[in-house]
Design a protein around this ligand. Structure first.
Ligand SMILES: Cc1cc2nc3c(=O)[nH]c(=O)nc-3n(C[C@H](O)[C@H](O)[C@H](O)COP(=O)(O)OP(=O)(O)OC[C@H]3O[C@@H](n4cnc5c(N)ncnc54)[C@H](O)[C@@H]3O)c2cc1C
Ligand SMILES: *[C@@H]1O[C@H](CO)[C@@H](O)[C@H](O)[C@H]1NC(C)=O
Ligand SMILES: *[C@@H]1O[C@H](CO)[C@@H](O)[C@H](O)[C@H]1NC(C)=O
Ligand SMILES: *[C@@H]1O[C@H](CO)[C@@H](O)[C@H](O)[C@H]1NC(C)=O
Ligand SMILES: *[C@@H]1O[C@H](CO)[C@@H](O)[C@H](O)[C@H]1NC(C)=O
Ligand SMILES: *[C@@H]1O[C@H](CO)[C@@H](O)[C@H](O)[C@H]1NC(C)=O
Ligand SMILES: CC(=O)N[C@H]1CO[C@H](CO)[C@@H](O)[C@@H]1O
Length: 655
């Protein structure tokens, strides 16, 4: 039999590329040379007994040894780091840039077709999400186009596409569906190919291939990232969205934890976790918007939550992680295995140390949630003058350390209306607090407000579980994918409240930024690590913060390059420049891609150790993302120094 001996059942239907099988061959045990195609070559996976998906199918030495023995053409491109010959390793070492489409060393279509065979048909050549709106794209479809335009602000539209992202700025706003009749569809910052990962072996293959060929490699889960980290021109992308395992474990014991836990595949989203936790009768930690990827960028970057004042950051929930390393090997990191990685992967940032395939997180008991919402208007023709609005805001800000200490999550947004402000609290809540206690906590502030003539109408709530608290209208609806918008953020430490003069100067600085047109999305919370949490690589600035503020602004389409530069510099240099003295930290997941000292702002005191670990596990920089640990060595070519888009070659920074 000329068929490789992997189970045929593993063959997946639907190869996405035309297979030019005749040029690719394998040699049978009888010495016959036959074409390599979906019939003769099974996916490069070994079934691992007792492992559930996605780890049930892994790329192993045994699989590669078989494929080598069968002399499958080009198999050396898929070997692990330890097995690569000097020539293939050299590919990574010689180039000044990652290999790019059009380069002599860019893989031929034949090579891509071998990859597709070995990955069970998981390779997808990129067609930008908006291409169906472009009459000359070859895939024009007016009904599909209309659907994408109608659903553009829904995160699911982008999460379910292999390459679409929710900050289109960083792909160059190319091939936007809304512009189908007036421009051409180009790839811009989109990757060239994506692997639709459903099993670990496909991720291992992609990592080995990218490393051996010197390709740019990216990881896209949902595409929520605000800094362009799930994009990259000329890249191979690993798309983790379909890794959807959710499993409840009644009792898990680690050196620091004993209790229930939930195992989450890399693609599980906040809404899916919350619904599952509700069914299991427990409370799980995630973000506020339903579409964010819990085990992806969210917990890799720390992850703040409505529950953070009680249970810490998203990354503090993690008991262990399964991860494909830059060398292609699949390992577990926990308190007792690969301890350095366990430390780094919890908060040290996505797309840096490997591809996380699943995480095991703590599950907390069900509890009551009390809180309130409001919408307050200020400005002419409203109940509040702008002066009283700011007076009221200062009174609220002044109590942040106190509210944080009581377990608050105060999540609000302030939008300039042109003549005044709209302040939505959505919501302010305290996990585990009874409504009477919550009302008592807020009363002194409300008394101050009443005395100053501030008009406000709180709407209180209490629920006996988190799912109802989250899903019954107290939180805003997730809306994404705005064009021409950029954000930045700051973490303000408790110590900034100690001196009243300095505290008021900080409030004045924030006020001045909002008065100049920035929105302010603010969070009052206490994201300290709860006692007993193992140390982690999460940004040290989180730990003493009581105020997290996201600011930023948009601009009109089609403005000149000089005007565009002015807006970008205003955000990074002027606005953030005013606030950095008070809040040196920023949040990497909701931060400024141009943050001047990103190592200090996004990682704090953990940067040096994170960098050491990065250099050890990824000496070739297989993984790179803007502002990620170790990213200083590379730069996207052709970008100005005031905004980095992902639309060019990734090249080494000359020194
Ligand atoms: C509407 C909205 C609401 C948000 N709400 C919150 C919130 O409440 N709390 C909060 O903390 N943050 C919030 N965020 C920010 C969010 O945490 C980040 O955007 C985060 O990066 C999203 O991760 P993702 O995996 O879903 O997105 P992606 O954009 O797909 O990935 C983000 C980064 O993580 C990397 N990555 C993804 N998966 C993996 C993996 N398996 N292994 C290795 N690297 C991986 C990617 O390469 C990329 O660098 C919000 C963002 C948006 C747009
Ligand atoms: C390798 O090939 C041998 C001989 O055909 C087969 O018995 C074995 O199961 C294969 N192993 C793997 C992991 O594919
Ligand atoms: C790769 O190296 C490992 C040891 O690190 C060895 O066991 C394995 O057989 C090698 N595989 C191939 C295909 O050479
Ligand atoms: C493009 O033009 C066609 C025909 O006029 C129209 O039906 C369609 O809605 C337009 N598409 C967009 C994205 O504006
Ligand atoms: C929990 O909230 C419910 C309302 O959903 C309320 O009836 C109940 O008394 C609360 N329990 C506690 C212990 O506060
Ligand atoms: C508070 O800060 C101001 C301005 O930096 C300074 O002049 C003053 O001495 C400080 N007050 C105290 C009590 O430290
Ligand atoms: C979730 C959502 O808004 N879906 C909408 C997508 O667009 C179609 C129209 O093209 C609507 O019918 C759906 O409701």
């Amino acid at each position: 039999m000329a068929v490789l001996s992997l189970p045929r059942a593993l063959l997946l239907a639907g190869a996405a590329l035309p297979l030019l099988g005749f040029a690719q061959t394998i040699t049978t045990q009888e010495g016959e040379v036959i074409p390599a195609n979906e019939i003769t070559v099974a996916p490069a996976a070994e079934v691992v007994q007792d492992e559930p998906e996605p780890a049930a199918l892994q790329l192993t030495d045994a699989v590669l040894a078989n494929l080598t023995a069968y002399q499958l053409s080009n198999i050396e491109l898929f070997l692990f780091d330890s097995n690569t010959t000097s020539t293939s390793v050299k590919r990574t070492e010689v180039g000044d840039c990652k290999v790019y489409p059009g380069d002599a060393r860019w893989p031929s279509r034949l090579v891509w077709s071998v990859f597709n065979l070995l990955s069970g048909g998981a390779l997808i050549e990129t067609v930008p999400i908006g291409a169906v709106c472009y009459p000359n794209s070859g895939v024009y479809d007016s009904a599909k186009c209309q659907n994408i335009i109608d659903n553009w602000t829904q995160s699911a539209t982008h999460a379910s596409d292999p390459t679409s992202v929710m900050s289109p700025l960083f792909q160059g706003e190319t091939c936007m569906p809304q512009n189908g009749n007036s421009s051409h569809c180009t790839l811009g910052g989109f990757p060239s190919y994506a692997v639709k990962a459903t099993s670990v072996y496909q991720i291992q293959l992609a990592v080995n291939f990218a490393r051996n060929m010197g390709l740019r490699l990216i990881v896209k889960n949902t595409g929520h990232d605000f800094l362009g980290k799930s994009l990259g021109a000329g890249a191979l992308s690993i798309w983790t969205h379909n890794l959807k395992t959710i499993k409840f474990k009644k009792s898990v014991k680690t050196p620091s934890y004993s209790g229930p836990a939930i195992e989450l595949g890399a693609g599980v989203q906040v809404g899916e976790l919350y619904a599952a936790a509700n069914e299991f009768g427990v409370t799980a930690v995630g973000g506020e918007c339903k579409g964010v990827g819990v085990a992806g960028g969210y917990s890799a970057g720390g992850g703040h939550s409505p529950l953070s004042s009680k249970f810490g950051l998203g990354s503090d929930q993690i008991l262990s992680l399964d991860v494909v390393l830059p060398n292609g090997r699949f390992v577990t990191a926990s308190e007792t295995e690969n301890e350095d990685l366990f430390w780094a992967l919890r908060g040290g940032g996505g797309s840096t140390f490997g591809v996380v395939t699943s995480i095991l997180v703590k599950a907390h008991p069900k509890m009551n949630f009390s809180g309130l919402t409001w919408t307050i208007m200020a400005g002419p023709d409203t109940a509040n003058s702008n002066d009283v609005f700011w007076q009221a805001m200062y009174a609220y800000w002044a109590k942040f350390p106190e509210f944080a200490a009581k377990g608050s999550y105060g999540y609000g947004s302030i939008f300039p209306t042109g003549t005044g402000y709209m302040w939505s609290m959505n919501p302010w809540l305290v996990p585990g607090m009874a409504l009477a206690d919550f009302k008592a906590m807020v009363q002194p502030l409300f008394d101050e407000w009443t005395a100053m003539g501030f008009s406000f109408t709180p709407v209180f709530f209490e629920h006996d579980n988190f799912y109802d608290t989250w899903s019954t209208g107290h939180f805003p609806t997730e809306a994404v994918a705005n064009s021409n918008l950029r954000t930045a953020s700051r973490l303000f430490p408790r110590s900034a409240w100690a001196n009243e003069t300095e505290r008021v100067a900080m409030f004045d600085a924030v006020r001045s930024v909002v008065e100049e047109g920035s929105a302010l999305i603010q969070y009052n919370m206490n994201p300290a690590a709860p006692a007993g949490t193992p140390a982690s690589g999460a940004n040290s600035h989180w730990r003493d913060a009581v105020w997290f503020g996201i600011m930023g602004t948009g601009w009109a389409p089609g403005i000149s390059q000089a005007e565009l530069e002015a807006v970008q510099r205003k955000i990074t240099d002027d606005w953030m420049g005013r606030l950095r003295p008070y809040g040196p930290g920023g949040y990497m997941n909701e931060g400024d891609v141009m943050e001047p000292d990103f190592a200090e702002a996004f990682f704090g005191t953990n940067y040096d150790r994170l960098l050491q670990i990065k250099r050890r596990v990824d000496p070739y920089d297989v993984f790179w993302a803007p502002t990620a640990v170790g990213s200083e060595r590379w730069k996207v070519a052709g970008q100005p120094d005031w905004l980095t888009l992902q639309t060019g070659k990734l090249c080494k920074v000359s020194n």
